[in-house]
Design a protein around this ligand. Structure first.
Ligand code: S3P
Length: 444
């Protein structure tokens, strides 16, 4: 971790081809499903960020053998279930890690205490604990189910659960608990969210039934996991993370004269809302070499400098497909002409930080006109490079840090961020990658 701040300085064009780091969502799931399964799971392209390493460590404490065999190459030996950890399970900064692990652990007759860093200890866990309690798990924790908390699992009953918010983490926790619930589980999704758990459960041999039912002009997704599923270890090739690829790509769009290609980016349409939105804004973003890898489409994405981007209204129903990408979209919007209206994104307030508040504050500090709403925000771009020249507070949020560093590469004056060490949770090597493309990002 870097103790000092990081600073990005406007300069020449960005140029080159890079590979996106492994997808964070799929990396977490490969460790957890590998540990739940019987036999060997081999993983290539694992994101070796702090979040996923915390999940790997947690899987060891639940009894799996987890070993690194090379760069991005890991091996998980599962014994078909979790055993009771002998100490507190620390999930670091990772909401995905702790929520999915609690779901998986609830299926077994064990008692486990979970904690995390100060950000994770402030995040709502009730959204996962409520359905797990309905299935028969019990827990004791801080106010509103905040970590640290202790969960006792085993003897679960089946559940049909309608998600109260669009959350793949909650869906996944219920599905993973459902692996060991009598009668199986059903999750009803008013808005489809990333489906990596469903796809990976199938790859490990489980039966998952997905049905889209029309309710007027709205489609509701029903995901059913019948009882009695057995998971068998398999091979997982982790595709590149579209949420990380977003940073060099937006940099390519806003730094004059640039052309940046990111190879091997996952194109699952439940993750690519940002790219659709940027194209609607008039960004020169092209996708080539589309292929399939481990059940996911991947492709290479090229971003060319796009000085004529226009503000758009982002459809609120697109939010689940780009929920982590609004901070970097807001940076692109600051360089576009006109208003970009982002609504229906209240979930941003309960991420690693309150991302609506911090994105608005960071942009304002850099001279951008932003209006904050309870469940959204509006960025008003002038079509000119914003002033920059600010120190942006990140509250330890990796995506807030990276977004504002990208802004600084194209602003009129440098931008610094505090606490850049947290970037390593999702994108170790971010600053080095940007430097390789010609971006001036250095310790402040
Ligand atoms: C994730 C789901 C999303 C996302 C997070 C990863 C996942 O969270 O923000 O970074 O891997 O399932 P929610 O489920 O809270 O929307």
């Amino acid at each position: 971790m870097t103790a000092a701040g990081l600073k990005s300085t406007p300069g020449g064009a960005l140029w080159g081809t890079v590979r996106a780091p492994g997808d964070k969502s799929i990396s977490h799931r490969s460790m957890i499903l590998g540990a739940l399964a019987s036999g060997t799971t081999t993983v290539e392209g694992l994101l070796e960020g702090a979040d996923v390493l915390a999940t790997a460590q947690a899987m060891r404490s639940f009894g799996a053998r987890v070993e690194q065999e090379g760069v991005g190459r890991w091996r998980v030996e599962g014994h078909g279930g979790f055993s009771e950890p002998s100490d507190v399970v620390d999930c670091g900064n990772a909401g995905t890690g702790v929520r999915l692990i609690m779901g998986a652990a609830a299926g077994f007759p064990l008692c486990a205490t979970f904690t995390g860093d100060s950000s994770l200890r402030g995040r709502p866990m009730g959204r996962v604990l409520d359905p797990l309690a309905r299935m028969g798990a019990t827990w004791l924790g801080r106010d509103k189910g905040r970590l640290p908390l202790t969960l006792k699992g085993g003897n679960l009953r089946g559940l049909s659960y309608k998600l109260p918010m669009a959350s793949a983490q909650v869906k996944s926790a219920v599905l993973l608990a459902g692996l060991h619930a009598e009668g199986g589980v059903e999750v009803i999704e008013p808005e489809a969210t990333r489906d990596h758990t469903e796809r990976m459960l199938r790859a490990f041999g489980a039966e998952v039934i997905v049905e889209d039912r029309a309710h007027g002009d709205h489609v509701v997704r029903h995901i059913r996991l019948p009882a009695g599923q057995k998971l068998t270890g398999t091979h997982v090739a982790v595709p590149g993370d579209p949420s990380s690829a977003a940073f060099p790509l937006v940099a390519g769009l806003i730094v004059p004269g640039s052309e940046v290609t990111v190879e091997g980016v996952m194109l699952n349409e439940l993750r690519t809302g940002l790219f659709t939105t940027l194209q609607e804004m008039g960004a020169d973003l092209t996708i080539s070499n589309v292929r399939e890898s481990s059940g996911e489409q991947v492709g290479d994405i090229t971003a060319r400098y796009s000085p004529d981007m226009k503000g758009v209204v982002v459809p609120p129903e697109r939010a689940p497909a780009m929920i982590d990408e609004y901070p970097i979209l807001a940076i692109a919007a600051a360089f576009a002409t006109g208003e970009t209206i982002m609504r229906g994104v209240g979930e941003m307030r309960v991420k690693e930080s309150d991302r609506i508040a911090l994105t608005a504050a960071g942009l304002e500090a850099c001279g951008v006109d932003v209006e904050e709403e309870p469940e959204g925000f509006i960025v008003r771009g002038t079509g000119q490079a914003p002033r920059g020249g600010a120190l942006v507070e990140t509250h330890g949020d990796h995506r807030i840090a990276m977004s504002h560093l990208i802004l600084g590469l194209a602003a009129q004056a440098p931008v610094s961020v505090d606490e850049p060490g947290m970037i390593a949770t999702s994108f170790p090597g971010f600053a080095e990658m940007m430097r390789g493309l010609g971006g001036a990002i250095a310790e402040a």
